[in-house]
Design a binder for this molecule. Structure first.
Ligand SMILES: Cc1ncc(COP(=O)(O)O)c(C=O)c1O
Length: 390
């Protein structure tokens, strides 16, 4: 093994430890045991009806390589933002195959070997892997619970910044905590980035799914900002693999960034042409799927609050947006064991918090996108298990 390892990069663990909980889930599914999976987050398998108009003009066009993406696709993106009152220049948009590729391109452009990027914790693990694959060191700043919602911990963020730091990543609404930025947080972030010559990379993939508080875009004409988005959440179409990023900030930064990104994007030319040609139709018709998703999220959130709202043993912070809810079970000292027992005894699957970088053993995450019947029965079983059997 030692000899074989010399062939490979250390970036990828060669013998990753198998997660017992996930193995058990897979084994039960393979045996066709019905599972109440409260982590459903694939919209294409969640019982929604997709508008057929999307594919009406789908055709096999000639190949027109374009590093930024076809003009008609970028115009459609400008239109998507203009309906939200946000004016974006078509020249500042680059299409990608999704947020993962957008983040890779950003890190390629901004970082050299060993540079650092600040990521939110708790958070979705995707950007940790991408940073490592790009030879960039992920450093974590904290989000903290505050009264009703989660908020940024600026002290923790400032403590992480040093001469190697190149960017701060913000996910809003954050996955899984669902917090969105307040006006004060946006101003503080812009000032912090400007003062320390850092780029703000803002993942807005869940921004169309907010509950009560208004979603505020983080934009600036002096601190550099790169906004990531895509149709996997906007239109519930992850299988079409289309995302984008927008370069903003002072003129000097954006011009140099556009030139640099042209070189990177031209090297890959990764986005397929037919999808770019129907992006306008996809975005025009996104409202119908968004309505169904919002309806599901709202009903499931209401159901969750109704069942657990008065329970002393289960506490939670209400998400301001996104598809997930985080909750704690008082007295739980082994999150993995809890999930394994819940799965084997009640056939209910929930995520233990460590999968999103929570340190606490008593924290769990579920998806509000789960189909309602499965969600309701899964919650009922979770409640029974928590109250009487655990
Ligand atoms: C916060 C966040 N960003 C990005 C992604 C991936 O998006 P895409 O499908 O555009 O790569 C996900 C996937 O769930 C996510 O949760």
């Amino acid at each position: 093994m030692v000899f074989i390892m010399s062939y490979f990069s250390n970036k990828i663990p060669l013998n990753p430890e198998k997660n017992q909980l996930l193995m058990q889930l897979q084994s039960l599914k393979e045996k066709n045991v019905p599972i109440f999976d409260l982590t459903h987050s694939n919209p294409t398998l969640a019982g929604f009806e997709y508008p057929s108009e999307i594919f009406q003009n789908f055709q096999l066009p000639n190949y027109k390589p374009s590093p930024r993406g076809l003009v008609e696709a970028r115009e459609a993106i400008c239109e998507y933002y203009s309906q939200k009152g946000r004016i974006i220049s078509i020249d500042n948009i680059f299409l990608t195959t999704g947020s993962s590729e957008s983040m890779s391109f950003c890190l390629k452009m901004l970082c050299d070997f060993g540079d650092e990027v600040c990521l939110p914790s708790p958070g979705y693990p995707l950007y940790d892997y991408i940073a490592k694959l790009e030879n960039v060191k992920p450093i974590y700043y904290s989000l903290k619970k505050q009264e009703l919602h989660w908020r940024m911990d600026f002290q923790s963020l400032e403590n992480r910044i040093n001469h190697k730091t190149k960017a701060i990543v913000i996910v809003q609404p954050n996955n899984p905590t669902g917090n969105i930025l307040t006006k004060g947080e946006i101003e503080a972030l812009i000032e912090l980035a400007f003062k320390n010559k850092l780029v703000l990379i803002v993942d807005e993939v869940f921004s169309d799914y907010c509950y009560e508080n208004d979603f505020l875009h983080l934009t600036s004409n002096h601190a550099p900002v790169i906004t990531l988005n895509g149709i996997s959440k906007i239109a519930g179409l992850p299988q079409l693999k289309l995302g984008w990023f927008i370069l903003e900030g002072n003129q000097e930064f954006t011009q140099t960034a556009i030139d640099s990104m042209e070189t990177i994007a031209d090297t890959y030319l990764s986005v397929n042409t037919p999808i770019q040609m129907i992006l306008g139709q996809i975005l025009e018709n996104a409202g119908s799927i968004q309505m169904q998703i919002r309806d599901r999220l709202t009903k499931n959130l209401k159901r969750f609050k109704g069942l657990f709202g008065n329970q002393k043993r289960i506490t939670y912070h209400i998400p301001e947006g996104g598809w997930y809810i985080v909750f704690s079970i008082l007295g739980c000292i082994d999150g993995d064991e809890f999930c394994l027992n819940l799965l084997t005894q009640k056939f209910v699957f929930v995520y233990p918090g460590y999968m999103f970088d929570f340190m606490e053993e008593d924290i769990f995450v579920i998806s509000l996108l789960t189909p309602e019947i499965e969600f309701n029965e899964g919650l009922r079983r979770l409640m029974d298990f928590t109250m009487w059997e655990y």
